[in-house]
Design a protein around this ligand. Structure first.
Ligand code: NAP
Length: 246
């Protein structure tokens, strides 16, 4: 039984999709939450707080900016007293063929998907090292392992997330901090809503379990990796993809 009572988790990109489900599942296990998105959402924080009887605060923070990340994490530590779990989930896509990809489409994806992991991890590293405990879970993607045309920016960002996960796991292992990444396949969220019906049915056909994943499928793994039960697991990239990368 995963028990996260007395723990505080920070979840980035928690306003919707996978991040929101991660926040809800962690709260259902007793964790207090700092939820981050581009805008503050007090209504959402209050509804999770009321449903699961945990403390939840919402923060507006651009996770790709070191200034806002450093001040937000300082604020969270002051408000909650500690951070035990960091879930680096925020992410975007700006798909397009390389020949037509604009500079900002490449840079925005690298900034929001990869630089954010560096910034948010650096913002908690000293704090977690001092407490000699911590769980860091990064949202990679199957696209960081095997990918397709039109996703040079996204695939590069997620391959980068895999690299930073492994390096940080080595750096923090002796300090009681584990660092792992989750690599979802095709999960039903706003991000995948943008794809047309034809692409979705092609994916369904290719997935061995013949179904798309739900945010809950990803969130359940994150909750396990955040728990004491996962203490001996670090530096791993774990797929939640219905067998797509088997
Ligand atoms: P989503 O529904 O589009 O949600 C993205 C989240 O990221 C939102 O909460 C958004 O906040 C937040 N965000 C975006 N830019 C941000 C910024 N600069 N600062 C702070 N927050 C920001 O996406 P999703 O499908 O749940 O994906 C979540 C993660 O899983 C991403 O890292 C994605 O790459 C990864 N993933 C998804 C799939 C899939 O099939 N869906 C597969 C593999 C990996 P706002 O609401 O404020 O914009």
């Amino acid at each position: 039984m995963i028990d996260l009572k007395e723990k505080t988790a920070v979840v980035t990109g928690a306003s919707r999709g996978i991040g929101l489900e991660i926040a809800r599942v962690l709260a259902s296990r007793g964790a207090n939450l700092a939820i981050i998105a581009t805008k503050e959402n007090e209504e959402l924080a209050s509804s999770i707080e009321a449903e699961f009887k945990v403390k939840v605060k919402s923060y507006a923070c651009d996770v790709s900016s070191s200034e806002t990340v450093d001040s937000t994490f300082k604020n969270i530590i002051e408000t909650f007293g500690a951070i035990d779990i960091l879930v680096n989930n925020a992410g975007i896509t700006r798909d397009g063929l390389l020949m037509r990809m604009k500079d900002e489409d490449f840079d925005d994806v690298i900034r929001i998907n990869l630089r954010s992991v560096f910034l948010c991890t650096r913002a908690v590293a000293r704090h977690m090292m001092g407490r000699r405990q911590g769980r860091i879970i990064n949202m990679a993607s199957i696209n960081g392992i095997c990918t397709q045309a039109g996703q040079a920016n996204y695939a590069a960002s997620k391959a980068g997330v895999i690299g930073i996960t492994k390096s940080n796991a080595m750096e923090f292992a002796a300090r009681g901090i584990t660092v792992n990444a989750v690599a979802p396949g095709f999960i039903k969220t706003d991000m995948t809503e943008k794809l047309n019906e034809e692409t979705i049915s092609k994916f369904k056909e290719a997935i061995p379990v013949k179904d798309l994943g739900n945010p809950r499928d990803v969130a359940n793994l994150v909750a396990f990796l955040a728990s004491n039960e996962a203490r001996y697991i670090t530096g791993q990239i774990i797929g939640v993809d219905g067998g797509l990368n088997a």
